[in-house]
Design a protein around this ligand. Structure first.
Ligand code: SF4
Length: 303
């Protein structure tokens, strides 16, 4: 990981870019995006300006393992607009192409990758115009059109209260399927539909949990639920002596931390009996149904 960070830093500081001229690199650059929508802001991971500001590269560092493409990436286009508007000529003079780069260290466990695309100032102007229209529509319409998708809603914290998301995630269908009771047969088609949509369904459940926990933490009531303390996970104590013993016993390089279940299995497989020290992690606050211990309410966290 350290090597990858060095590579990332070298990419940002490289002064061989853009015809060999010196570059100016800004890290964590706050951007004013009020030209798109009033009050809109962002922070670019890195912006590399050529010496004459005619070429700008926006770099976004993604730590997630799901590969992200820079192609038509709206986040990067918005940042590029913000970065261009900080130059003396804004979006007026320079024709591009500007560069949008995604740096991602963990794609399929491979090395640090840089994926770049070029975008012209004309394309950015068109995008800005479309984004301004969308933002205006969202502000002035009483019920702006919402089009849920896994990408659009990924980080949205309003899933629990968004009717469009409920519909898209098939909340009604799911509840109806659960209400069928034991004697009703789940059809293959329904089971498949539910499985095909597991991400949007589990995201909805998570969002509802956050919503309920938020209310309860804020001192409000949330019908039928309360917050309880759940014991933290157990793991082997971080003691070098214990680690060394385990290394000798099982030939493992790293055992910090290791689940107790894993250790039990290793002990069984190696036909040894061990006493080991364990720690229990910090307790977690979690939702629990009040007074209803029927099967429907049983969850991994709330049992
Ligand atoms: S959950 Fe609803 S409000 Fe949030 S991004 Fe998706 S459609 Fe928009």
């Amino acid at each position: 990981f350290g090597n990858q960070l060095v590579e990332y830093a070298e990419h940002l500081m490289c002064n061989q870019k853009y015809g060999g001229g010196a570059v100016r690199t800004e890290i964590e650059l706050p951007l004013d995006l009020s030209s798109v929508s009033s009050g809109m802001r962002g922070t670019a991971d890195a912006v590399i300006y050529s010496h004459d500001d005619t070429t700008i590269e926006i770099v976004d560092y993604k730590s997630g393992s799901y590969p992200v493409t820079p192609h038509a990436n709206e986040q990067l286009m918005l940042y590029l607009i913000g970065a261009l508007q900080m130059t003396s000529d804004g979006l007026c003079k320079y024709e591009g192409g500007h560069i949008m780069t995604i740096a991602q260290p963990s794609v399929e466990n491979g090395p640090l990758s840089f994926r770049s695309v070029t975008v012209s100032t004309d394309t950015l102007r068109e995008f800005l115009f479309a984004a301004q229209n969308k933002a205006t529509e969202a502000r002035i319409l009483k019920h702006p059109i919402r089009q849920p998708s896994n990408t659009a809603c990924q980080w949205c914290r309003a899933k629990a209260i968004c009717p469009e998301y409920h519909e898209w995630a098939g909340a009604d269908v799911l509840i109806a399927a659960c209400d069928k009771g034991d004697d009703a047969k789940m059809s293959d088609q329904l089971a498949r539909e539910i499985l095909d949509n597991r991400k949007r369904i589990t995201d909805l459940i998570k969002s509802c949990q956050d919503y309920a926990i938020g209310k309860l933490n804020g001192g409000d009531n949330f019908p039928g639920y309360r917050i309880v303390e759940k014991q933290g996970r157990r793991s082997v104590i971080k003691s070098d002596a214990v680690k060394e013993d385990l290394k000798v016993l099982f030939g493992l390089d790293s055992l910090q931390p290791v689940g107790v279940g894993t250790l039990d299995r290793l002990a069984r497989e190696n036909d040894v009996c061990i006493d080991f020290a364990i720690t229990r992690g910090e307790p977690k606050m979690t939702l629990e149904p009040i007074g209803d211990f029927s099967e429907d309410f049983k969850t991994e966290e709330g049992d």
